[in-house]
Write a protein that binds this ligand. Structure first.
Ligand SMILES: *Cc1c(COP(=O)(O)O)cnc(C)c1O
Length: 355
């Protein structure tokens, strides 16, 4: 297994491709956690949290940023900050916000999800967005409160939205006087895949959430960023949701290392994902188009084999992959996965399919 991430391989005997959330903190993160200068962040007195929030805001080109517990809390905090009860969250029907966040905006915020059809490239169906934004003064309709995009797009297989597309949606949202929120859980993967500064993407949204705990390998935490006024209001919502943390510098210390040291190496994960896709695509019994693999996520289907039996057999041979919606299987490369691990995983898949 991976020699440079020795901490990781000592703790797992598996080649774990289920998610980039399984990454364990790097040795530099553990050292930073041990040495972190701490205070009570609810009083605004944790210097390490303040340093992380300043760094994060600068990196994504926003006035301010807020450390939250998770991506889910980050998106929920943003939606509740943007919207009043009864307002509509315009969101893709394949988005993480709509599918995987336990309906939090409705359950906890009284907001109405308005899911729009999603194209395979992760974009919202343009005509549907136009219609969703129209006639917002008609008393029949829940008034729109926010538009959301996701980049990279998880359920579409880690595909990358371009700056041009994001600018176009931003213009449409602005025309309707609505804020645009980005679920950028993997926005640094998008920037690395496009080989652009992340600000080329985040400049086209009013607010962004991104995860420190996925490919960037921090143990816990996400960031919400936006204008100073937005973040000030979001701070109250975070408290309401139970996300006011005390000596959170323990978490932020790893987040700082994540942002300083772990962004560029995402290119390795993307190269490994491409290798994995090409290796799997030629195996009989697998349906996979490697050209669709743009970042760290590989999604495929089986022609004949039963998915659960296939996943169980992989596990017996030391390889873990995950289920996606429908009949699909997802494999994600990350800090704990080397090029050699990818070759092993392909060999194991080949063996399992050959029965
Ligand atoms: C993982 C993920 C989230 C949520 O992050 P958690 O930290 O798991 O709550 C949000 N959006 C996308 C696209 C994700 O992949």
């Amino acid at each position: 297994m991976n020699s440079h991430s020795n901490v990781q391989s000592k703790q797992s005997v598996y080649i774990d491709l289920r998610s980039d959330t399984v990454t364990l903190p790097s040795p530099a993160m553990r050292a930073a956690i041990a040495d972190a200068v701490l205070g009570d962040d609810v009083y605004g007195e944790d210097p390490t949290v303040n340093q992380l929030e300043a760094l994060a805001a600068e990196l994504v080109g926003k006035e301010a940023a807020l450390l939250v517990v998770s991506g889910t809390m980050g998106n929920l905090t943003a939606l509740l900050t943007h919207c009043q009860r009864g307002q509509r969250v315009i969101v893709g029907d394949e988005s993480h916000i709509y599918n995987y966040e336990a309906g939090g905006a409705a359950a906890l915020g009284g907001l109405v999800y308005h899911p729009l059809p999603t194209r395979p490239d992760g974009a919202l169906e343009p005509g549907a967005l136009q219609i969703a934004l129209a006639r917002s003064d008609d008393a029949h309709f829940a008034p729109p409160g926010v538009v959301c995009l996701e980049n990279t797009h998880n359920r579409c297989g880690g595909v990358v939205l371009t700056p041009d597309y994001m600018a176009q949606v931003h213009a449409q949202a602005q025309q309707a006087s609505l804020p645009l929120h980005l679920d950028g859980a993997r926005i640094f993967n998008a920037a690395v895949a496009l080989d652009v500064d992340v600000r080329e993407l985040t400049q086209h949204v009013d607010t962004v959430q991104f995860c420190l705990s996925k490919g960037l390998a921090a143990p816990v935490g996400s960031i919400v960023a936006g204008s100073r006024a937005f973040v000030q209001r979001a701070r109250r919502i975070r408290k309401m949701l139970g996300g006011g943390m005390r000596q959170a510098g323990i978490i932020a210390a790893a987040g700082i290392v994540a942002l300083n040291e772990m962004v560029e190496r995402l290119a390795e994960d993307h190269a490994n994902a491409r290798q994995l896709a090409e290796g799997l695509a030629v195996l009989p019994g697998i349906v996979l188009d490697p050209a669709r693999v743009q970042s760290d996520i590989v999604i495929f289907e089986l022609v004949e084999h039963d998915r659960d039996q296939f996943l169980a057999a992989l596990r017996e041979h030391g390889v873990l992959m995950g289920r996606m919606g429908g009949r699909r299987i997802r494999a994600v490369t990350h800090y704990g996965i080397s090029a050699a691990d990818v070759q092993t995983a392909v060999q194991v898949a080949k063996q399992v399919l050959a029965g």
